[in-house]
Write a protein that binds this ligand. Structure first.
Ligand code: SF4
Ligand code: SF4
Length: 110
């Protein structure tokens, strides 16, 4: 079920990511991980909870349901990876929202 979403994200997000080889292949090293892949089901659910034209409303759910599960977020809610613009999920979140909502719209009209 998440495969359709992953494909849409690969096309829309990974293809433009600074950590990709330009063909959509992730170039992160083995000891790093991208939250996009690690938390895909949670990301999809957090986006589906929101209907808004403000990205901030989606970010609230992202922080509550995804970042709280991530080993990079500290107890006071800060994240050094996010602060250094090294989180692909955070960096490209508006594009990820578009990708998920596009798949949802296609599924509804199928
Ligand atoms: S770092 Fe994340 S967003 Fe970037 S190419 Fe890899 S999986 Fe995709
Ligand atoms: S912003 Fe930080 S806590 Fe949230 S998913 Fe990215 S790395 Fe994890």
């Amino acid at each position: 079920m998440t495969e359709q979403y992953l494909q849409a994200i690969r096309q829309r997000v990974c293809a433009r990511c600074i950590d990709t080889d330009g063909k959509g292949n992730c170039m992160l090293h083995y000891n790093e991980y991208c939250a996009v892949e690690e938390f895909l089901p949670e990301i999809i659910r957090s986006i589906q909870k929101v209907t808004s034209d403000k990205v901030e409303d989606y970010v609230v759910e992202l922080r509550n349901f995804v970042c709280t599960e991530c080993r990079h977020q500290t107890e006071n809610g800060t994240c050094i990876v996010r602060n250094n613009l090294d989180c692909g999920l955070d960096r490209y979140f508006p594009l990820i929202i578009e990708a998920v909502e596009e798949v949802d719209a296609a599924r509804r009209s199928a």
